[in-house]
Each structure stands twice: as structure tokens, then as C-alpha cells.
Design a protein around this ligand. Structure first.
Ligand SMILES: C[S@@+](CC[C@H](N)C(=O)[O-])C[C@H]1O[C@@H](n2cnc3c(N)ncnc32)[C@H](O)[C@@H]1O
Length: 178
């Protein structure tokens, strides 16, 4: 009996590791791999977005949800994260439920296929090339005045929308107003 239990546990763990590795590749191919941002850096980025309470904040490729949780807790916005990796989404939903946070949602989806029309603030930490494609989607969908922060990668076609650049440890974050 104990042997069966052990085998089942090993299969479940192996399955989770497999899903994790597969989605690391999928995330990498479809936008960017999972690399979380340092807390202090993240807080400064969110502060510079000058968010108003009750606004809608989106993180495109929300990873472990750090930015969404911080935006809700420290800046009083409604937090929404969209993430392709189901394990990360499961973790975020569990954390939100455990912490009893209501104004937070996590979607298991491709951000290219996600409706962003309600966004007031959009943050992402993606790749060069990906940010240009995301910018086109934002331009098509989002209302004028939407604040966008792109960690590490500049949106070359948005030079006329650039409002601020913040640099720390050799990495820049670019801020835009649509
Ligand atoms: C560099 S991480 C950023 C994590 C988080 N936003 C942060 O700043 O800490 C990029 C995330 O985007 C996710 N991702 C990549 N392409 C995606 C896509 N097309 N749709 C949804 N999520 C995607 C990856 O799985 C990964 O978790």
C-alpha cells in the first residue's frame, strides 16, 4: 500500500515538473520566459505609474503574480494578471484565495488573445519584439490615457508616448501614456 502511495506521489511530482518545463518553453516562445522582478524594483515601477485607487491594473505575463498582488495591496487598484503557465496561475489563485483578496483576478490565457479594453494601467516584463507586438494590441484596444510600463525593453515605435525612463542596476524601465 505504501509502495502504491509512493509511486503515485512520484508520478504526480514528475508530471508537475514536466508541465513546468513544457510551459517554460511555451512562455519563452510565446513572449518571454519566467523571470520575476526584485520587490524593491517592482515597488518603484508601480509608484512611477502614478496609479489611482480603483483603477484597473494588468500584468501581461503575470508570472508568480508579484506585481498584481503588490499593485492591489499598496496602490489600491483592481489587479488582473494574465499568464500562459497554468501552474503559475494556479499558485496565484490559491494565494489570492488564501489571503482573501477580492479585487484580484488571474486568467490562464495568451495575452495576445486577452481583452484589455478595461485597462487603466498595464505593466509587463517581456522581450524585445514581443513588446512591439503587445504595443500594437494596446494601441488598437485601450483607451487614450492608459499608462504602460515596460520593464527592460523599450517600445521603439512609441517614442512619442514616452513619459519617463527609470534605470537601476543597468536595467531600464520605460513608461508611456497611450
Ligand atoms: C519575465 S516573466 C515576468 C513575470 C512578472 N510579470 C514579473 O514582472 O515578475 C514573463 C512571463 O510571461 C509569461 N508569458 C510569456 N508569453 C506569454 C503569453 N503569450 N501570454 C501569457 N503569458 C505569457 C511567461 O510564462 C512568464 O511567466
Amino acid at each position: 500500500m505504501a509502495e502504491i502511495g509512493l509511486t503515485v506521489t512520484a508520478i504526480v511530482i514528475a508530471g508537475l515538473i514536466l508541465v513546468w518545463v513544457i510551459y517554460l518553453f511555451i512562455g519563452d516562445l510565446s513572449g518571454a520566459p519566467f523571470v520575476p522582478v526584485d520587490d524593491r524594483v517592482l515597488e518603484e515601477i508601480l509608484k512611477r505609474m502614478k496609479m489611482k485607487k480603483g483603477g484597473n491594473f494588468w500584468d501581461l505575463g503575470s508570472g508568480n503574480g508579484k506585481a498584481v498582488f503588490m499593485a492591489v495591496k499598496k496602490f489600491g487598484v483592481n489587479g488582473k494578471g494574465v499568464e500562459i503557465n497554468p501552474l503559475l496561475v494556479f499558485y496565484c489563485r490559491l494565494k489570492a484565495r488564501f489571503k482573501k483578496i477580492r479585487n484580484i483576478e488571474f486568467f490562464r490565457n495568451n495575452f495576445y488573445k486577452t481583452d484589455l479594453t478595461d485597462a487603466d494601467y498595464i505593466y509587463f516584463y517581456l522581450f524585445t519584439g514581443t513588446v512591439e507586438k503587445v504595443a500594437k494590441k494596446i494601441e488598437r484596444e485601450c483607451k487614450p490615457g492608459t499608462i504602460v510600463a515596460s520593464r527592460a525593453f523599450e517600445i521603439m515605435n512609441w517614442k512619442n508616448k514616452l513619459t519617463d525612463i527609470w534605470e537601476t542596476n543597468g536595467w531600464k524601465t520605460y513608461f508611456y501614456k497611450v
